[in-house]
Design a protein around this ligand. Structure first.
Ligand SMILES: Cc1cc2nc3c(=O)[nH]c(=O)nc-3n(C[C@H](O)[C@H](O)[C@H](O)COP(=O)(O)O)c2cc1C
Length: 179
């Protein structure tokens, strides 16, 4: 696949109504390839926790007990959505106490994740980066075994590519100014 085609055709897949499966070997290959993202000082400020298809239900029950305590409807909705996925990744960023290094790590993580989403698209795995508010909950962090200097920066929902995706046109008119 041409790079430009991958960039133009990748979309955040937000349709979770069917039961889906993905190729975990292709996923692992893409994760490793995505690490060719630029990252200052070669700090490689990323790791992921893979929640495979057969673990999604258990994970959902544990997560929603924390995120949606006493909210059975929200718990059931999450379970329904998540167990339809082909898998999920918890995205884990390595923080830094130095302001500049921390900013660089955050930006490198974005480059890593875009690499990953493009590489997944190329092998027919859809994705959507999700950042629900409960990523800041210490009990959710503990569920994914985060260390002191790590931050949960979202989840990558993994899907197939069977649905037509709407294209939201970008605005490019005013993004370039001459100095
Ligand atoms: C850092 C980040 C966080 C996001 N968080 C969410 C989210 O919480 N829920 C969601 O539905 N989409 C989320 N998205 C996906 C965006 O909404 C999506 O990228 C946007 O709609 C553009 O669509 P496209 O990816 O198909 O081009 C997130 C994307 C990024 C880059």
């Amino acid at each position: 696949m041409e790079l430009q085609d991958a960039i133009a055709q990748r979309r955040s897949v937000k349709n979770f109504k069917r039961d889906m499966t993905i190729d975990d070997n292709a996923l692992y290959k893409a994760i490793k390839q995505a690490t060719d993202a630029p990252n200052h000082g070669h700090r490689e400020p990323w790791r992921v926790v893979h929640i495979a298809k057969d673990r999604l239900g258990d994970m959902s029950k544990l997560l929603t007990k924390i995120a949606f305590a006493e909210q059975p409807k929200k718990q059931a909705d999450h379970y329904q959505v998540v167990t339809n996925l082909g898998g999920m990744l918890a995205l884990i960023l390595k923080e830094d106490t130095k302001q500049l290094d921390s900013l660089e790590n955050n930006m490198a993580f974005g480059a890593f994740t875009q690499n990953l989403m493009l590489l997944l698209h190329e092998v027919n795995i859809g994705s959507c980066w999700k950042t629900p508010p409960y990523i800041f909950d210490p009990n959710i962090e503990a569920l994914f075994d985060l260390k002191e200097d790590e931050r949960l920066v979202g989840f990558l929902y993994l899907t197939d590519l069977e649905d037509e995706m709407p294209y939201k046109k970008r605005h490019t008119e005013n993004i370039i100014q001459k100095f």
